[in-house]
Ligand binder design. Sequence first.
Ligand code: COA
Length: 182
Amino acid sequence: MNLDHITLTRIDPIAEREDLIDFITGNHWPFHVTPQMPREQIEKAIESGAYRSDERDSYWVDHADLGRIGLIRFEDLEDDTPVFDLRLASRYRGRGLGVQVLKVATAWVFEHMPATRRFEGQTRDDNLPMRRTFVKAGWVKEAYYRQGWPVTGAEPRDSVAYAILRSDWESGTSTPVPWGQD
Ligand SMILES: CC(C)(COP(=O)(O)OP(=O)(O)OC[C@H]1O[C@@H](n2cnc3c(N)ncnc32)[C@H](O)[C@@H]1OP(=O)(O)O)[C@@H](O)C(=O)NCCC(=O)NCCS
């Protein structure tokens, strides 16, 4: 699949602070720990390096025809296995764009981080669009954490972890987890 129509544009969280705040407050995030994040919380997060630091880097997701469709933040960039937080604007959800963005993000990690062998992501158990997106992008479910996803004001939900290996990305395969033994 040609994905040239999807571009990642690096965010300067200080210079683009208002755009970042507008994006987060202007959309609803039903599967995140904080579905509607107040402005003050985002300001604090920006100041504390939540969007750019040694460990984190954030990018707008731009679509050649649709314009700015979302945001992706890479996390744990100094660890062996980086992870990410992908957020499409509400109006661009539900049309299969997530899988395209995840593929572009996967290529970004493996191309920019030559020593990285794995790229990982977790989502809430009931985030079926994200779970399906992982599988459609060739990622493999590696773990299921019962009650591992905190929910503000409610009981925790389960968390599901997926990952893709550089070797699978290079060969275009999805090697299953060898769940042979208890
Ligand atoms: C999660 C997200 C990236 C998914 O991207 P998307 O482009 O909106 O995904 P889609 O809605 O097109 O769904 C992807 C797949 O899931 C399937 N799906 C969607 N809702 C489903 C449901 N309720 N039950 C079963 N399958 C479902 C779709 O049918 C599609 O599969 P298909 O192409 O085989 O038909 C996007 O919705 C988003 O940014 N959501 C808000 C932020 C978020 O939750 N991010 C995840 C952080 S971990």
